[in-house]
Design a protein around this ligand. Structure first.
Ligand SMILES: [Mg+2]
Length: 244
């Protein structure tokens, strides 16, 4: 058990509240399978056109018309775009336009009910208990804030967003950088020492500990094994006991 008497519990997502396999075995295959249907039905939407322009820039073109050999709304254009996207996903390319497109596809899947995010079973009750004990619950993940909110709004255990007060992504800095944790504490309006950060990655915890945050190393099925001994080990969020 781990006693906590600070004010904020800051949570990582992947490997902490959601299984790593969800991202790799559900989210990414879902995006891949639905690129064609999504672009076929939505490539005329202004925000999707903007994403196609971003992908053209990712590919080094100034405009989609000088990137795609067909009009992007035509069946030939959609088929060509699908092939590009699949190639990028095969190479696990970290491209802005590709990430934005995946975000749109996931959003449409969450909204039509064909996609639900995995959450470890004790998480909903812990979030509720912590918030009713006066804790602020916040999220820090490398996925975009919009993607984080979608994930928590559409879990297998229902909508968890009522128990989450703030979302931070890499616009606050990288997760292994000390300054990011300073920025997050400042944005939350609390001293670093009143924040408990829980993550499955020792390097992230070391960065948070570097500014004075408390830390817990989360051990879950499917996580990479670690022999790190610098942080208390947590196997379930129920091990955190909150006192005021
Ligand atoms: Mg993680």
């Amino acid at each position: 058990m781990m006693a906590w008497s600070g004010r904020v519990i800051l949570l990582d997502i992947e490997g902490t509240v959601s299984e790593i396999a969800f991202v790799h075995q559900v989210l990414f295959p879902y995006a891949r399978q639905n690129v064609e249907g999504f672009l076929g039905s939505s490539s005329a939407r202004p925000e999707v056109r903007d994403v196609i322009e971003l992908m053209a820039k990712d590919a080094g073109a100034s405009h989609s018309s000088s990137w795609c050999p067909f009009p992007v709304e035509s069946p030939e254009g959609v088929a060509w775009l699908v092939q590009q996207v699949h190639d990028w996903m095969d190479r696990d390319a970290k491209l802005t336009g590709l990430k934005a497109l995946q975000g749109f596809i996931w959003e449409s899947g969450y909204r039509d009910g064909s996609l639900r995010s995995h959450i470890f079973p004790e998480v909903p009750e812990c979030l509720k208990r912590w918030t009713s004990s006066g804790q602020t619950v916040a999220i820090y993940s490398s996925g975009s804030r919009a993607a984080q909110k979608l994930l928590f709004a559409h879990t297998t255990a229902g909508d968890l967003t009522p128990w989450i007060s703030a979302y931070f992504d890499t616009t606050s800095g990288g997760k292994r950088e000390t300054t990011s944790y300073h920025t997050i504490a400042r944005q939350l309006g609390v001293p670093e020492s009143s924040v408990l950060f829980l993550s499955d990655i020792p390097e992230e915890l070391a960065a948070a500990a570097g500014v004075g945050m408390s830390t817990g190393l989360v051990i879950r099925p499917g996580n990479r094994a670690t022999d790190d001994q610098r942080h208390p080990r947590i196997h379930s969020l129920e091990e955190i006991t909150v006192s005021q």
